[in-house]
Design a protein around this ligand. Sequence first.
Ligand code: PAF
Length: 282
Amino acid sequence: MILLTSPAEMHAWIRSLNGRPTIGFVPTMGALHAGHEALLQQSQSENEATVLSIFVNPTQFNVDADFDAYPRTVDRDLRIAEHHGVDAVYMPSTEAMYPNGWRVFVEPGTASDPMEGGGRPGHFRGVATIVTKLFHAVQPHRAYFGKKDYQQLAVVKQMVAELDMDIEIIGVDTIRHDDGLAMSSRNVRLSEQDRTAAPIIQKSLREARHAVASGLTDARDIEKLISETIGTEPRAKIEYVTVTRARDLARTEYIDETSVVCVAVWFGDVRLIDNIELHLPY
Ligand code: PAF
């Protein structure tokens, strides 16, 4: 496994490869968990080489304190990468990625507007910019993103399509704890009581899926049902519950065959997001 720490080193490694092996790319900010491992496994099974990036990207944080507090577990991350047979780890410094500060940005499309876009201004502009920079460095054939960050996946897919990037974007199913809580680097920050309460999110989403299977199609009714279930847990504070069209995350009145409901819920000072795809029963 080779460690590369600048765009120039990454380019040189790509040029040194014999032939043009298919490259699968897993971009991360480190603090790897089972969700990231699933991305690495899928990349390994579908490509001749796998590149993992670890870079805590300052331009996607709205609050400096969140950037500073982001967990950094590099030694452990590298052991996980090695274990999964990763060929190259791309781990540039902030100076290597942004030697002139940040003067040029990639403007994300409409998929960035609702939900996270409202509460975290500039977040997806930072994501679109860093993902583009990483894609230019790694030049992957396929890139793997978790469906837990459903909106991020939609923003990246829209960007790749609209900017004619020749990269297949693959969404990988969310990995969950036994009690249904989605794996996330933020879970370690939950208090014991909040950790016990947090699976209410997944419970509410599964209830909604059952309701849809029984014929409920009105998007506002589905949002209400989910909100009421989460509302039974006094430790949970809902930020949004939104039913959208999966393709572009436009808000819809009724669900169709490609709908997804996304939620953001606070437990103390920890903000958790989750989602579930909804399918009509016919
Ligand atoms: O999902 C993440 O970890 C980040 O948003 C990403 C895609 C690595 C960009 O910094």
